[in-house]
Design a protein around this ligand. Structure first.
Ligand code: AP5
Ligand code: MG
Length: 219
């Protein structure tokens, strides 16, 4: 399936946004743009952006809107994003959603869909606790149902736990989601682009639900 697709994946921590975004990006031939991944890459590189974001991320808080909007604005201006994108974890606040609308309006395009992946809190906690990520290629594993081959990834990179996946920070991230990101549900519902998808079940099943829903949206 190759056509223009401009979609946002929303959902609480560990809902499966990254897992599904990778697959959707491949399906539609558009880039996967994750603000969380961009911040982590900047931290690993010791870049100024990383220094500005690190404290917020490790406290389970949101990076300020102006910083986040700035990096998304630059990324969406790149050539590979012209025929679409899968945005993962952005926007997370109403001002970010408004900022995104401005960027897209200036490009003469609009979002096809905002997919909200819903997962009950007990399932989220199990997913987040078991998650491990390759420091080199970014591949995501889960210790129970998709374990890495050993302490290293297939690519040879070290597989570790994200610093913000420790229980205290996860609690804070969930609270941040409820207060700052959940209001976007009404925002996008009232403008007609919201699709709510059940994120439970195995990743293939969730992927089928999302692609079915996207098939009913957009161009
Ligand atoms: P970010 O990296 O976006 O974290 P998040 O939103 O908390 O989401 P996660 O990456 O934890 O989960 P996910 O939904 O991608 O799940 P995954 O597919 O990995 O952001 C990190 C931080 O950066 C934020 O807290 C904030 O500080 C900052 N930030 C980022 N964006 C920002 C913004 N816009 N504004 C301000 N600040 C921002 O899956 C999780 C686990 O479950 C994995 O192990 C996976 O293998 C497993 N899994 C996935 N799907 C399934 C399934 N269907 N069944 C079983 N297991 C599954
Ligand atoms: Mg993610």
């Amino acid at each position: 399936m190759r056509r223009e697709m401009r979609a946002v994946l929303m959902g609480p921590p560990s809902a499966g946004k990254g897992t599904q975004a990778v697959r959707l990006a491949a399906e539609f031939g558009v880039p996967h743009i994750s603000t969380g991944d961009m911040f982590r890459a900047a931290i690993a590189a010791g870049a100024e952006l990383g220094r500005r974001a690190q404290g917020f991320i490790e406290a389970g808080k949101l990076v300020p809107d102006d910083v986040t909007l700035g990096i998304v604005c630059e990324r969406l201006a790149e050539a590979d994003a012209m025929s679409g994108f899968i945005l993962d974890g952005f926007p997370r606040t109403v001002p970010q959603a408004e900022g995104l609308e401005d960027i897209l309006r200036a490009q003469g395009v609009r979002l096809d869909a905002v997919v909200l992946i819903e997962v009950p809190e007990d399932v989220l906690v199990r997913r987040v606790t078991g998650r491990r990520v390759c420091e080199k290629c970014g591949r995501v594993y889960h210790m129970e149902w998709n374990p890495p081959p050993g302490s290293a990834c297939e690519c040879g990179g070290l597989v570790t736990q994200r610093k913000d996946d420790f229980p205290e920070t996860v609690k804070e991230r969930l609270a941040t989601y409820r207060t700052q990101t959940e209001p976007l549900r009404d925002y996008y519902a009232s403008e007609g682009s919201l699709v709510v998808v059940d994120g439970t079940g195995d990743p293939d099943e969730v992927f089928r639900r999302i692609t079915r829903a996207l098939g009913r949206c957009g161009s």
